[in-house]
Write a protein that binds this ligand. Sequence first.
Ligand SMILES: Nc1nc2c(ncn2[C@@H]2O[C@H](COP(=O)(O)OP(=O)(O)OP(=O)(O)O)[C@@H](O)[C@H]2O)c(=O)[nH]1
Ligand SMILES: [Mg+2]
Ligand SMILES: [Zn+2]
Length: 399
Amino acid sequence: MNTFSPEDNLDISESSSTPSGSSSGNIDLSGLIPFGLTEAASEQLTLIIAKDAELVPGRVTRVDGISTFVQTASIDYRAVSTFARIAHKDEFEIEPAQPTVGDWVLVRPGEDQNPDELELVLPRISLLSRKRVMRGKEQGDEQVLASNINTVFVVQAATYFNPSRLEREIALVWGSGATPVVVITKIDLLEEGEDPTGSIAQAKESAPGVEVVAASGITGDGIEPLRKFTEAGSTVVLIGASGVGKSTLVNLLMGQQAMETAEIRESDTRGRHTTVTRQLLRLPNGGVLIDTPGIRTIGLVSGSEDALAKTFSDVEEYMWKCRFSDCGHGGEPGCTIAEAIANGDISQTRFDSYTRMGRELQVEETKHDATAKTEHQRKMKVVAKTNRQRTKAEKRKKS
Ligand SMILES: Nc1nc2c(ncn2[C@@H]2O[C@H](COP(=O)(O)OP(=O)(O)OP(=O)(O)O)[C@@H](O)[C@H]2O)c(=O)[nH]1
Ligand SMILES: [Mg+2]
Ligand SMILES: [Zn+2]
């Protein structure tokens, strides 16, 4: 079996001296355009296939336990990803990759009775992940939600708009490398005379510099302004609490009932998730949407300091202006933050959110430093085990 090993040097920079596309002879990736294929992904996939024509390129549309659903130009694969690795520009990263929805991948179709194997994952241009928290208890691990996304629709309902949740959601998105767009749904439910611009103004305060769109999944108002984010080659993911209307928006954008939607049961305090798996869907115009199940808690992953700074750029601006280098910004006379709060330039709640999230991240960092070493040891164990399994599997295949 012709399998890449970590020692193989897939030197893409060298291979790229041959013009992409024409160099590859018959490699035709046009069948992947409906799945949001970008030029960068196309180039990388072409170079890899030029080296190993057995590999089939595609995009992960769903992950279900150990099965990864990969859409390719011809057939769909349900592949196992035990040996999946990130294919970096110049070499393969030895660390195993956990494929996620939105990944560009290469599948090695299984011969005889062998399963199809997801072998390589392209480096991600963006990666949306959160710290998993279950019913107030930290699970300690990160949940990777989606990759290679351009835009994230952060969905909240006008009827139960939650500014502090929005701040967390926006920070999560800035941390991913994608651009957030706030979508305030259910504006049709606002009382007569109740102004949707009220929640828009609130959203704009919680998410400075972020585009805010008010929409209704029932009347279709506000859908058109969203289409510019879903053009061919773009990937959009929708996030938000359960029941805010994500799947309803997806169906409107798709022009068909692609996803099931339903009321949340009031009696069930845990809520009911109508959407249960993350799923990548093709829009008729070549864009791609990823619908996700509602997330209850939004924990920031370690290393989100820049994302926090971007989310609270307004607060940070006043912080920089404060002339006291050791200021606690707790109401000391002459403190610019205290002044800004007194003048109503920034709200006390927003400043409190900022400090609270900053503290949380600090705790996260400390834990991270302490676990970094053991984490590294654990990873190395996984690598060694994966290599052993791979050798065994290869021996089995040969015999
Ligand atoms: N009035 C009104 N109802 C809406 C709107 N959008 C969604 N709904 C209703 O709200 C309920 C929940 O909508 P879904 O689209 O299933 O919500 P979701 O965000 O996908 O929920 P999960 O899949 O559980 O995360 C459904 O009964 C929808 O019909 C809206 O703009 N206005
Ligand atoms: Mg849904
Ligand atoms: Zn100060």
